[in-house]
Ligand binder design. Structure first.
Ligand code: UD1
Ligand code: CA
Length: 449
């Protein structure tokens, strides 16, 4: 039986931010959200989150998650004090308690599982995740025997210069026998440089406490400042990209590409330099994204090309090409075999198959049929200053260059709009519409003066 408690009450002073530290985002997910996700293999019986600084905001940010119990730490008097707040909630609980700092977002679920399994076998009162760090600065140092039995943990600021040379550190992830921890918690003092109740002091009152070294020390990185957050992003990106490369996604110059963890890719997708994939994005087989493209919360079909373009909250079907320099947003739905070209913006519109809008257009709140050709510079004038209005363009219709379709307006099937027209009334099927003044020629003109 495992319960999990995440420490998320601290302000995170070193972030120099109005936002509580644990709510800072890392590749689209909050730090505390990542910590909770890393526990999923344990199937914890209870999940407690200790909140304090801007606690309501933290609670709100986690409100879409099920079965969380929030425990308030009114004053933030240290990590030991934070865990003391659990004494009430867990009075009758028997079993293991995994305590995790809310600022450790790079933990792998497998690592936590191994830690708990190791703890269960070793019959220790507590097992701590530890790491041998090339640069241990800032972390609590672990003083232990050859057999990994821990005697003491000394915070960086309480270390002598000799103790600072010790590079085995406390990751801030602890598996406790809860009943034994509950006996030790009331004994904590504030006898340290910060005059806080340190959770690490429980080592003095428990028998025995064991160190469990993590294999990949990068996993335990705690985020205390912006530099560490930026570094964690790099580590996470490397992990995500390695996984996709192994799964058959090609990337040219991966260092310039970023991919959120929430993105799903199929094999034979090609990502070109300076491409950024965010949120709930799906890209299907054979599509080529970039160079220079941003795709956010969108679904891209098979064999689509997106070149120097921005696509958000939209869906693009197979074999369509987008860009260079197109912007699709607000639920743009583009069917198969379309061509959306240079400097075209499409917002809250749907395009049928084999439709083209190749140059310099704005389509907003528009519904286009199949095989429509939008001429260069065509604009749907969808906004009267107060409300948005819809434009319908049925299959087979062609708009001439620089036409303005003033919504609400419907063009029937196979309509041809003459170049430069301003169309304000509905047009029947199979018509040519010319809505501009006729060309005048004035003979023998010479420039006055
Ligand atoms: C802590 C450990 C240190 C370890 C390091 C690993 C202690 C005393 N030190 O130090 O040994 O090497 O983590 O990253 O535990 N928090 C609360 N309430 C509080 C104080 C903190 O909930 O009163 C939460 C914070 O929100 C944070 C976590 O506890 O998520 C850790 O606090 P932090 O101040 O970052 O501890 P470190 O100084 O990094
Ligand atoms: Ca920390």
């Amino acid at each position: 039986m495992v319960a999990v408690a995440v420490l998320a009450a601290g302000k995170g002073t070193r972030m120099k931010s109005d936002l509580p530290k644990v709510l800072h985002l890392l590749a689209g997910k909050s730090l505390v959200g990542r910590v909770l996700d890393s526990c999923h293999l344990l199937q914890p019986e209870r999940q407690l989150v200790i909140i304090g600084y801007q606690g309501q905001k933290v609670k709100q940010a986690l409100s879409d998650r099920q079965n969380l119990e929030f425990v308030e730490q009114k004053e933030q008097l240290g990590t030991g004090h934070a865990v003391q707040q659990l004494l009430k909630s867990l009075t009758n609980y028997q079993g293991e308690l995994l305590v995790i700092n809310g600022d450790a977002p790079l933990l792998r679920a497998e690592t936590l599982q191994k830690l708990v399994e190791f703890h269960q076998k070793s019959k220790s009162a507590a097992t701590l995740l530890t790491a041998l760090l090339p640069d241990p600065q800032g972390y609590g140092r672990i003083v232990c025997n050859q057999d990994q039995t821990i005697h003491q943990i000394i915070e960086d600021r309480d270390c002598s210069s000799e103790q600072k040379l010790n590079n085995r550190v406390n990751a801030g992830i602890y598996c406790f026998d809860w009943q034994k921890l509950a006996q030790a918690l009331p004994k904590l003092s504030t006898n340290n440089d910060q005059q806080e109740y340190y959770l690490t002091e429980v080592v003095d009152y428990l028998d025995k406490v064991t160190a469990f070294d993590v294999e990949d020390y990068q996993e335990i990185n705690g985020i205390n400042d912006r530099l560490q957050l930026a570094n964690a992003y790099d580590i996470l990106q490397t992990r995500i990209k390695e996984n996709w490369l192994k799964a058959g996604v090609m990337m040219h110059n991966p260092d310039t590409i970023t991919i959120d963890e929430t993105v799903k890719l199929e094999s034979d997708v090609i990502l070109e330099p300076q491409t950024h994939l965010q949120g709930n994005t799906i890209i299907k087989r054979g599509s080529q994204i970039g160079p220079g493209s941003l795709i956010k919360n969108s679904t891209i079909g098979e064999n689509v090309k997106v070149l120097y373009s921005v696509v958000s909250d939209s869906a693009i079907d197979n074999n369509t090409t987008i860009g260079p320099y197109a912007h699709l947003r607000g639920d743009a739905r583009i069917a198969a075999n379309c061509r959306i070209g240079n400097f075209v913006e499409i917002k809250t519109s749907s395009l049928g198959a084999n439709t083209n809008a190749a140059h310099l257009s704005y389509l907003g709140n528009a519904t286009l049929g199949e095989k429509v050709n939008i001429g260069a510079g065509t604009i749907t004038a969808n906004y009267d200053g107060v409300n948005k209005h819809c434009t319908t363009i049925k299959s087979g219709t062609k708009t001439g260059s620089n036409s303005v379709l003033v919504a609400p307006v419907t063009l029937g099937q196979n309509v041809t709009v003459a170049a430069g027209s301003v169309v304000t009334k509905d047009v029947d099927d199979d018509c040519l519409v010319i809505a501009r003044s006729r060309q005048k020629e004035i003979a023998n003109w010479s420039t006055p003066g």
